[in-house]
Design a binder for this molecule. Structure first.
Ligand code: SAM
Length: 266
């Protein structure tokens, strides 16, 4: 396949990536034919996939606004994706232009595009790293330039923990981050749910299962157990659209089983 001029050298254009497939669901242009083919297969099984992605983004923005309302002014967005409308730095810096944001993603396209759009933003940066290595991520000098670990942090794991299988010990990964952040910090999570799936959602999950990046759906109880000693804030682990809706106009995918939660470090 021909490599678009904007594609980084080390990107594999023959294999779909979750970052670029998700970009396609959101109407972005940083995806390749192989990503679009995979996304179209998923959308054939589950036509609501783009609406579900929009619903996830709406939750992310609500959660960041909620944390800004609590006075949090620094964010680490783990598995941040390819920049799209309403990125974390845009939401946070609309409250406070000096809010600090560090994006972390393993995907070369997500990294390159984030770097390009943040080039003139002194309060935001991106690092390319594997979030399954909390110690390495937290020690990154670029991250430490922006984040003061004596102050509360908003830590985001939005639509990404379901790519971490149990064998990679997701609870230990979360603990690796939550143990390093100051009291008053909050963790924001969205995650594919495992309860009440209909046949179209099962079919879509089957497609991911056969890909190189399977999704591991988890129940609300399983997701709660990943929070360790953090305290869930109201309304707890709920479906995306039920997490502190701000208006009835929030986009909602019909019967989206994805879960959302925010938890506090006391
Ligand atoms: N968080 C964004 C959102 O919710 O809109 C993007 C979600 S997208 C579905 C998942 C992102 O997680 C992709 O950009 C992917 O590259 C990234 N990702 C997956 N596994 C990762 C890992 N082990 N380390 C860092 N990033 C990862």
């Amino acid at each position: 396949m021909e490599r678009p001029t904007w594609a980084p050298e080390d990107v594999n254009v023959e294999r779909p990536s979750v970052a670029r497939v998700y970009d396609y669901y959101l109407g972005g242009s940083h995806n390749f034919a192989v990503d679009r083919e995979f996304a179209e297969q998923v959308m054939q099984a589950m036509p609501d996939a783009p609406a579900a992605a929009q619903e996830n983004r709406a939750f992310l923005r609500r959660a960041v606004r909620y944390l800004c309302g609590l006075g949090i002014r620094q964010f680490i967005d783990l598995g941040s994706g390819i920049p799209t409308v309403g990125n974390v730095h845009e939401v946070a810096q609309s409250t406070d232009p000096t809010a600090e944001v560090v994006y972390v993603d393993i995907d070369p396209v997500a990294y390159a595009h984030s770097r390009a759009i943040l080039a003139n933003n002194p309060h935001a940066t991106v690092i390319r790293a594997d979030l399954r290595q909390p110690a390495g991520v937290l020690a990154d000098p670029k991250l430490r330039e922006h984040i003061d670990f004596d102050q509360p942090v908003g830590l985001l794991l939005v639509a990404v923990l379901h790519f971490v299988p149990d064998s990679d010990r997701p609870a230990d990964i979360v603990a690796g981050y939550s143990g390093a952040i100051a009291p008053g910090s909050h963790l924001v999570v969205s995650h594919m749910g495992a309860e009440g799936l209909d046949s179209s959602q099962d079919q879509a999950l089957g497609l991911y299962k056969r890909s190189s990046t399977p999704i591991v759906p988890r129940t609300a109880d399983e997701l709660s157990s990943l929070f360790g000693d953090l305290t869930l804030v109201e309304p707890g682990v709920v479906r995306l659209s039920e997490w502190r809706p701000e208006s009835p106009d929030e986009p909602a995918a019909r019967e989206n089983p994805a879960l959302a939660a925010v938890a506090r470090r006391d």
